[in-house]
Design a binder for this molecule. Structure first.
Ligand SMILES: [Zn+2]
Length: 229
């Protein structure tokens, strides 16, 4: 079910699911009842109460939603909470999970960082959202996404994104213009003093993970951050 899972401090864990956990997204034409069952399986596996894990309707924007217990699924690409469990869905974009500490306990965030979101600053916006909840000592985990050797883009698009985030400039393994989204995310986080762990690997090169570039008609795996006993 998990590509990677770790308890990153006592009572706080982060994980990235794999294709064996199944498609977790409602927007890719899958049977909603099956998606709900897989989300319930995931909640049970990580010890989160049914329907407590919060997903968002991702739109490649920079909106950060502050989540409360009653909050419906927001239209956003980042969520922050004072300990409520959060999930982000991807298949080539970067799932970014963050955790910090406040006087009242853990502050969590889950971010969907694709090309537009990364270029427009969704990651720094999420860090600011955490700080507005009193978080310090923020750390980040970058999950599996398409890598800088595989993510070919037209030269004009590369120039546009690299103007905003220089560290994204890359070249494919076959010598054409590319974008390295994980390198860009790392540079943005490190500029803010956030320590970064890269959990990789490349989705396009890893058959046990969903990749939109590889398969087009594909599911979404998830990054999840949660608190537990
Ligand atoms: Zn790759």
């Amino acid at each position: 079910m998990f590509h990677w899972r770790a308890e990153i401090r006592p009572g706080v864990s982060v994980a990235f699911t794999d294709a064996a956990a199944g498609n977790l997204a409602l927007h890719v034409g899958d049977d909603p009842a099956e998606v709900a069952r897989r989300r319930a399986d995931l909640e049970q596996t990580i010890g989160v109460a049914p329907q407590r894990l919060r997903f968002m309707n991702q739109v490649h924007g920079t909106t950060v939603a502050v989540m409360a217990l009653e909050s419906p699924a927001p239209e956003a690409d980042a969520m922050v909470s004072k300990g409520l469990p959060l999930a982000v869905m991807v298949a080539d974009c970067i799932p970014v999970l963050l955790a910090g500490e406040s006087a009242e306990g853990p502050v969590l965030a889950a971010v969907h960082a694709g090309r537009p979101g990364l270029a427009n600053g969704v990651i720094p916006a999420a860090v600011a959202g955490m700080e507005s909840l009193g978080a310090s000592g923020i750390r980040a985990w970058l999950g599996p996404s398409i890598c800088g050797n595989c993510y070919e883009v037209p030269a004009g698009l590369q120039a546009e994104v690299a103007a905003a985030v220089p560290a994204t400039r890359s070249t494919t393994s076959w010598g054409t213009p590319a974008l390295d989204l994980p390198a860009g995310a790392r540079s943005q986080l490190e500029q803010l003093g956030v320590s970064v762990e890269y959990c990789g690997p490349c989705t396009l090169e890893t058959d046990s993970l969903f990749s939109y570039r590889r398969d087009k008609n594909t599911g979404r795996f998830a990054g999840v951050v949660w608190c537990h006993d």
